[in-house]
Each structure stands twice: as structure tokens, then as C-alpha cells.
Design a binder for this molecule. Sequence first.
Ligand code: BG6
Length: 472
Amino acid sequence: LKRVKTLPAGFVWGGATAAYQVEGATQIAGKGKTMWDDYLKKQGRFAPDPASDFYHLYPEDIELAKLYGLNAIRLSIAWTRIFPRGAGKPNQAGVAYYHRLFKCCLANGLTPYVSLHHFDSPQALFETGDWLNRNNIDKFVAYADFCFKEFSEVKNWFTINELISLAFSQYIQGNFPPNHRFDVTGAIQAQHNELLAHARVVNLFKSKGYSGRIGLIHVLQPIYPYPDNAANRHAAALEDAFMNRFLLDGTFKGAYTAETMALINEILTANHAKLTIEPGDMEILKQAATQNDYFGLNYYQPTFVAAYQGESTNVFNGTGEKGTSAFKFKGVAMHVKNPTVPTTDWDWNIYPKGLYDVLKRVTTEYPNSHTIYITENGLGQKEQTAGVGQLLSDDKRIDFIDQHVAALLKARTEGVNVQGYFVWSLQDQFSWANGYNKRYGLFYVDFATQAREIKKSALWFKALGATLKPNA
Ligand code: BG6
């Protein structure tokens, strides 16, 4: 009954990871602290070690990835393994680790797609304002330059992962350090500054003539009015401007269009917030806008919204599990439930058509996005080991991935240039504010023993992968 029978020739079929979510080993081999280390310790809910212990077990996970039909892997470099305080002298043990890791990927026929920043700012820079401090942009550019020069075996780069999730979680939702709520100035400024950091790195990559491809990763969350009426449509346009459009404009147009700014300014006014753009910023964005080689698109779910003029409130118990959150953003929108759409254990909407919609939108409105890779998509749920000799049946995940790949292939047949799909995630990982009980992997991880267990979705992934040419 599955929809997808074969993958197109040359398709990239990968699994995604992120350094802080899989590596563990946060205090060895000279690694510096990220903004999460002290924060998690103080919270006392979850420890970042050993996570999936990928720092030590990468050969096993890469072997599994190869065995189960993957031809690519998404990884991120932990900035603090290379520069423990974000800048200064490189830590050779960290440099050597990533050479070993990339070598292992390549030896197993997995093309590495590598991000430089995945929610893990160095603590030393976080303390000086993280992305809100423009001096930290210079440090990021220097770190990127070092990586391009050093890791010439990597040919596919991404600068920053999900600029909006970082800005939103840090300054609006408040579930990432520094836990600010509805600090609209912080959130919009972080978006702009991260775009600037991305653009400066792209411009440097091109001007220095590094070989390979570079881009960034945005998560796109289509915002639909519910019910569909004029007031809710305007609310949807506002939330879309804040969550998607401002960043897409900045990335691929190198300019925030007048229409986008009208919506953003309406939000800023309602929240007494402001955005500072310094002279020269827009020229930097403009120069980068046509130089991205590709676009990493993460997609999980859409949001359904209604108009909202009251005070901002965010009921959130810290885990986001079913029925625990209510989100109302003053002068923007409130999130509502569309009862016709099924949801996950974490109340995330399951809506494959949203992926089709964002792919079509990007292609139509942002032609500079060129080639698209789905760099994350997957289902997070609670799971338990099936026990020795048993197969962990995650049929819901298979169904989820199958429906989303089908949506992607439909968009492709209609001219969208999408060349690959990375499932989030390769193995079970540390899920930030959710800790360890939200599992996404093709491979189950027993975090106590670090044993890996195959899920049924891995077999399904392998079967589809087999419709591609085998790894060289
Ligand atoms: C993306 C991130 O936001 O979604 C991942 O790039 C993250 O790091 C994933 O883990 C799923 O979100 P969550 O909160 O369920 O882990």
C-alpha cells in the first residue's frame, strides 16, 4: 500500500544528525562548552552525555547507514571542538576527530553534508550576546574559513541550521537558552544577524574559490488560516512573514521586500520592538543571494492560525507533549487546532501536502534557491525496545516518511528541482528541550548501554534505497 516504489536516478538518500545531539563526549579532547552545557546542568533534567555516543561509535553508525541503503549523511561540526572558546587557537584533537569522521563516511560511500552551526553556539560567545553581538559574526566567519581550508574532503557545506528555530526558541518561545519570552526585538535581530553571518560566509567561500557547494538550511512551516476568513488570512500572512518570509527574502533576494517589511513592521509596532540594519548589511545579503549553490529545506509540520490581538501567552510545560501548549502572539496570531489533521505524540500536525506547498512556493517565489535538498523530515515519538530478536515496528514512521517522499516526488514531476531527502534522524538522539524520550531514528539507541537496534523503518529505507544504483 506504500505510495513510493522507486527513487529517481542520482537521488541523495540520507540520514541526518547534529553534533550536540549525537556526539556526547562534551568534556573530552579539549572541547569547549556550548551554550547548552551549563544550562542543562543547572536545569538538571537531561545531560548531554553520552547522547548517542557518536563521538566514539561513529564507525558503527556509519556502517549501519551503509548497510541500510543510505548514500549520504548530514553532520555538523561542533564549533567548540575546533575553537573551544569560539576563536583563538584551533584544538588539534577536534580537527583530527572530524578528519577521521569524514574519512569513514567517504570510505563507506556516504557523502557528507556538513553544517557549521546547529544550535550550538560556544558558551564564551553566548555570554557576550550570541548572534545579537555583531563581533560574534566575525568569529563565525573566521571559524568557517578555517573549516573550508582544513576539511577540503568536504564538498557540501551548510552555514547555519534553521535560523528561525534558534531565534524563535531563544527569544519567543523561551525553551532554548537564554529563555527569553516574546522578546521580539531579540528574535528579529537574531534572524537578521544570522542571515548576515551566512551571507558573509558564502561571499568568502566564493571569493576565495573554495571547491564544493555552499548554502544554508531553513525549516519552512506553512501557515494556514483556520478557519479560512479575511482576518485569519492576514494573521497567517503576519506569522508567515516572521517565521518564513523574512528569512527567505534575505537569503534568496538579498533584500526584504516592501511587502514583507510592511508585515514585519506591523508586528514590531504591536510589540514595541525594533530591527536595526546597519549601513552595508543589505549589500552583503545582496551579493550572497545569487551565490548559494543549493538550499537545505527542513519540513516537519504546518501551523494553523487565527487572528489574535490580546496579550502574548505561551503555555508550555517544557516538554511540548500532547495537549501541553497554547501559543498566542500579540498582534500576530494564535495557534489553533485543525481537527481534520492528525497529530503526533507531541501534537505536531501530520500534513504531507505542506511539504508539496512549500516546495512549490520556494520554486515560484525564490528562483535563486536553485537546487533543493530536504535536509530534515521525520516523525518523533515515544518508543521502547522490542527486545532481543524482535523487530521494533514503527509503522507510523514508515507511513510518515512514505507520504512525505511521495509529496516531494509529486512536486518534482511538476518541475521542482529537489535532489535529495535526509530523514531526521539517522539514529535516536538527544532532542533538545525534549530530552531523550522523543525518538526519530531509523535505529533505536538504548542510551544506557549504547546498543543499536534496527527499526522496521530502516528496512523500508533500505528497500527504497535499493532502487538506486549501489554505492560506488
Ligand atoms: C529541527 C532541528 O528543528 O528539528 C533538529 O534541526 C531537531 O535539531 C528537529 O531535533 C526535531 O525537533 P525536536 O524538537 O523534536 O527535536
